[in-house]
Design a protein around this ligand. Structure first.
Ligand SMILES: Cc1cc2nc3c(=O)[nH]c(=O)nc-3n(C[C@H](O)[C@H](O)[C@H](O)COP(=O)(O)OP(=O)(O)OC[C@H]3O[C@@H](n4cnc5c(N)ncnc54)[C@H](O)[C@@H]3O)c2cc1C
Length: 315
């Protein structure tokens, strides 16, 4: 093994040519040249500093539930974040970025805290959830974040909710190369029983509306945020008034209106149950998925003259 490999071993368990399909909920993706699992916060930060110092490209991997890795793989270092410590103090829930969002939502309810029940349905880690301002059933992580500890250019700094630049499935972490290390959520005191009831309802609702039994990365695209000047044309193109009033068009509706529900490319398919999901029927490649992504984008543009944007991170 090379010198670089030996250096990486100081920070965690290292693998080479590790198939990313093992770590992505899509079960798709070629090999990562180097794959390092970090379980301690100090090692995580030291590794980021080391890689920055070396000018080495890296990718921070949480639960792999919002990514599509190419069939060729990743020619750099993948850092698999397995650092997870959580604590509850009063109405504050603090967690390191490798904690599963589902576990935190459960923990919050156990401690009689409410406001994060929707998190029980979100795969992946809290680090990934903060980066993408994950949300469901009317809740978003931005509603509960008090502050976030981040790695920024060799330093560990704390940023407040307002400084995170949260928007619909968006945050400053999507455009910066900052890494989420720790999150503090501020929740409300409430009734454990009531919160659990709500959580069960959320899960039942998801099971009804989302495809079950096939690997996916959740919604492929962000729902489309309508600009004021587009409203008239979109109305003429048949976009229902309820979406125009909310300034948001569900991509599932857009795709269905193109008549391509259920369309297949190789072993990938636009879900018949929820048209914003592209599912892996078994053995799909990243290329199969990308072909459907391009078909959807082109179809939506041709019919509505709008550009929809991927929610999943393509690597
Ligand atoms: C079946 C299914 C249903 C889903 N439903 C929803 C839903 O209802 N609502 C919703 O919002 N999402 C949903 N998702 C998408 C996904 O679960 C969320 O986006 C999740 O928060 C991603 O977290 P992750 O840890 O898996 O991120 P990953 O997929 O590992 O990574 C996604 C991106 O985040 C970055 N990242 C990960 N960790 C960090 C970190 N610590 N610091 C900085 N960047 C980081 C990665 O580099 C990558 O760019 C769903 C996914 C699936 C598979």
């Amino acid at each position: 093994m090379d010198l670089f490999y030996n250096e990486l071993k100081k920070f965690g368990k290292v693998k080479t040519n590790e198939p990313m399909s093992k770590y992505a909920t899509y079960k798709i993706g070629g090999p990562a040249k180097y794959f390092v699992e970090v379980t301690e916060m100090q090692n995580f930060v030291d590794l980021l500093k080391f890689l920055d110092g070396e000018g080495q490209e890296y990718f921070v991997l949480g639960g792999g539930s919002n990514i599509l890795v190419s069939d060729e793989g990743y020619d750099g270092v993948v850092i698999k974040v397995k650092v997870c410590e959580m604590k509850v103090e009063g109405n504050l829930l603090t967690a390191s970025s490798g904690c599963a969002t589902v576990d935190l939502a459960r923990k919050s309810m156990e401690f009689g805290l409410t406001g994060f029940e929707w998190g029980v349905g979100i795969p992946g880690t809290i680090g990934g959830a903060v980066r993408g301002n994950a949300g469901a059933m009317g809740g978003e992580i931005k509603d509960s974040v008090k502050e976030v500890e981040i790695y920024q250019d060799g330093e560990v700094v704390i940023v407040s909710n307002e400084e995170c630049g949260f928007g619909y499935r968006d945050s400053r972490f999507k455009i910066s190369n900052e890494v989420v290390l720790k999150v503090v959520l501020e929740l409300e005191k409430g009734e454990t029983k009531e919160a659990m009831k709500q959580a069960i309802k959320n899960i039942q609702q998801r099971n009804l509306t989302q495809p079950q039994g096939f690997p996916s990365s959740g919604c492929t695209f962000k729902n489309y945020e309508i600009k004021e000047e587009e409203k008239e044309e979109l109305k003429k193109s048949g976009v229902p008034q309820e979406f125009l009033d909310k300034n948001l068009i569900p991509v599932g509706w857009l795709v269905e209106s193109l008549g391509i529900k259920g369309l297949k490319s190789g072993n990938a398919q636009i879900s018949e149950k929820h048209c914003n999901f592209i599912i892996n029927l078994g053995g799909a490649t990243a290329s199969d998925i990308l072909i459907l992504i391009e078909k959807i984008k082109a179809g939506v543009y041709d019919k509505y003259s709008i550009n929809i944007e991927e929610e999943i991170k393509i690597i």
